[in-house]
Design a protein around this ligand. Structure first.
Ligand code: RFL
Ligand code: PHB
Length: 385
């Protein structure tokens, strides 16, 4: 096969990149190890920044998002006995949207713009330092295939092969806690997300729709989800989220999904080597506390699609040359914000740290300057920041 851009990975980064390239008049072919059904049903992120919503809308992918997504004015930040609302609209004039990654993925698949080979094996990148790079793989029928391209886009997440093909420097932080996440068939007990600091550990009440709630508990690394029967989870969520305080109630319901996810910050630089460009989780991982993972992937491919269209269609390579630096400015801002939210809200054994966290939370919830900083980062800086 011959195409202009060989895209590795059909997650949100790869599919959106292929969609944006097609709209810009550039051809691409996507290869993906998993099945289409598996990719479309992976439960992951739930919050879209304003700039992600604007971008998806401009790309013709906003109809269902605007009809079925929920726009939120802000979030609640909580400490025992106190719940504070941060109103992003008042603070910075921007909002966020509740719309699951599964839905973004379904919209991308429904758009049908990307040519995707699912269930491939043995994806290998070749000659990325030359101007004739290519990708080989074995397709779902067992046939050996080769894609010759002008450029390879590595959108294959942190476990894919692309990032290993970039000689790079890595920056990494692991955290001594994980999240136990559940999806439950019950109406959310809150109108907007609650991020709660509690001596027992952090808790988050999120949601997917009027009838589906998504909730998380901080747990130690290595926790076995089986050690958390549903009753224990609801009880601990009730404690940490303040059931009974100021008349607020947490309503439990049937748990339909339960998993433990570790927390990691990771940045690989540069995001380009020769004719290979990295985007999304292939280049960086953030802990989910700032709700940035999916939004960063969207921001990366926005820049990358503009750069590749300018280069491959108009022969202007300047944006491709500056892509890594341009993308990394936002990546580091989001990496800092995600680390900051994570370390402010997750509890450990050090009482000094706990007092610093509470002091920081009081400042963020009572000072206009503190709240504005959080709002600006959470609702997302403009693309191109
Ligand atoms: P993805 O979504 O991981 O997609 C990469 C795709 O590449 C495929 N792949 C290959 N394809 C071909 N050949 C190979 N050799 C390949 N190796 C891998 C994979 O099968 C996959 O389909 O990365 P992308 O597109 O960059 O999108 C990034 C987002 O998915 C990610 O940032 C967020 O989902 C992170 N994340 C969360 N972010 C949040 O903001 N809030 C969350 O609640 C949240 N939960 C999560 C998450 C990430 C998780 N992972 C990666 C373990 C929960 C989980 C479990
Ligand atoms: C989610 O709904 O899955 C979610 C929301 C906000 C976060 C992390 C995850 O910060």
């Amino acid at each position: 096969m011959r195409t202009q851009v060989a895209v590795i990975g059909a997650g949100p980064a790869g599919l959106l990149l292929s969609h944006l390239l097609r709209r810009g008049g550039v051809d691409s072919v996507v290869v993906e190890t998993r099945s289409q059904e598996y990719v479309a049903s992976r439960i992951r992120a739930g919050i879209l920044e304003q700039s992600s919503v604007d971008l998806l809308t401009a790309a013709g992918l906003g109809d269902r998002l605007r009809a079925e997504g929920h726009e939120h004015r802000g979030i609640y930040l909580q400490m025992p006995g106190e719940r504070h609302h941060l109103d992003f609209v008042d603070l910075i004039g921007r909002t966020v949207w509740v719309y699951g990654q599964t839905e973004v993925q379904k919209d991308l698949i429904a758009a049908g713009t990307a040519e995707v080979h699912y269930e491939v094996t043995g994806t290998t990148l070749h000659d990325v330092e030359t101007d004739r790079p290519y990708v080989t793989f074995v397709d779902s029928g067992g046939a050996a295939r080769r894609i010759d391209a002008d450029v390879i886009a590595g959108c294959d997440g942190s476990f894919g092969p692309s990032r290993h093909a970039v000689p790079s420097e890595t920056f990494e932080r692991t955290y001594p806690y994980s999240w136990l996440g559940i999806l439950a068939d019950v109406a959310p007990s809150t109108d907007e997300l609650i991020y709660a600091w509690h001596p027992n550990g952090f808790a988050l009440h999120s949601m997917r729709s009027d009838t589906v709630s998504r909730l998380y508990l901080q747990v130690p690394n290595g926790t076995d989800p089986a050690s958390w029967p549903d009753d224990r989870i609801w009880q601990e969520l009730a404690t940490r989220l303040g059931h009974g305080e100021h008349g607020w109630k947490l309503t439990g319901g049937p748990v339909t999904d339960k998993s433990v996810l570790p927390m990691r910050s990771y940045v690989q630089t540069p995001m380009r080597h020769g004719r290979l460009f990295l985007a999304g989780d292939a280049a960086h991982i953030v802990p989910p506390t700032g709700a940035k993972g999916l939004n960063l992937a969207i921001a990366d491919v926005t820049l990358l699609s503009q750069a590749l269209v300018a280069w491959l269609r108009a022969g202007r390579p300047a944006l491709a040359e500056s892509y890594s630096d341009d993308a990394l400015r936002r990546v580091w801002r989001c990496t800092h914000f995600s680390w900051w939210m994570t370390t402010m809200l997750h509890t450990g054994s050090d009482p000094f740290d706990a007092q610093l966290q509470l002091s920081q939370l009081r400042w963020v919830t009572t000072s206009n300057a503190g709240a504005t900083g959080l709002a600006e980062n959470y609702a997302g800086l403009p693309i191109g920041f």
